[in-house]
Write a protein that binds this ligand. Structure first.
Ligand SMILES: [Zn+2]
Length: 177
């Protein structure tokens, strides 16, 4: 035996092994996320507004990352959004109902200042672009749970694009508001 540490039976160096694991765990959401998840079970997207800088966060974390102060004001948001950035995914992801290639995008809901990541579908992938208007496509209400995937995906809206400088700055009433 030449090297006990890294030589296999056929004298080839073992560089890796496959070891599938399954992890099941409970997640304690905390106060801010609990309120967000409770409302999304009712089909409503909510954020929290910072009392100092007025930024609206979704999902809310209970504090403003910029100001370091608690965020307590709940803000109801639209289920319309604007594409802030996106990528086209060409490999399958386990559990994803959409066949690749599909679009994953950072979407800023109207009334919020930051984006959430979600799927974009019912679209021509080649025509997805920054500033594009989209709207949530919800699962049937009887399937709603405490999760953002109550929204199956977002689909393009027949509305004018949002200029780059206004992305993340729209009121809850949208482009015309
Ligand atoms: Zn702030």
């Amino acid at each position: 035996m030449s090297d006990e540490n890294n030589v296999g039976e056929d004298n080839e160096t073992v560089t890796g092994i496959e070891a599938p694991i399954y992890l099941k765990y409970n997640f304690t959401a905390g106060a801010a996320a609990s309120r967000f998840l409770t409302r999304i079970k009712e089909g409503v997207l909510t954020g929290q507004r910072c009392p100092r800088c007025s930024q609206v966060y979704i999902p809310p974390r209970g504090s403003c990352a910029a100001c370091g102060v608690p965020t307590e004001e709940e803000v109801e948001l639209a289920d319309k959004a604007t594409v802030e950035s996106f990528t086209i995914v060409s490999i399958p992801i386990p559990g994803n109902p959409i066949e690749p290639p599909f679009v994953v995008a950072n979407l800023v809901p109207d009334g919020a200042n930051i984006s959430v990541i979600h799927l974009l579908s019912e679209c021509d992938n080649a025509e997805v672009h920054i500033g594009q208007r989209v709207q949530a496509v919800w699962k049937p209400q009887e399937e709603w749970g405490y999760a953002l995937d109550n929204i199956r995906y977002f689909k393009p809206l027949d509305e004018p694009d949002v200029p780059v400088e206004r992305i993340g700055k729209l009121p809850v009433t949208g482009l015309e508001g």
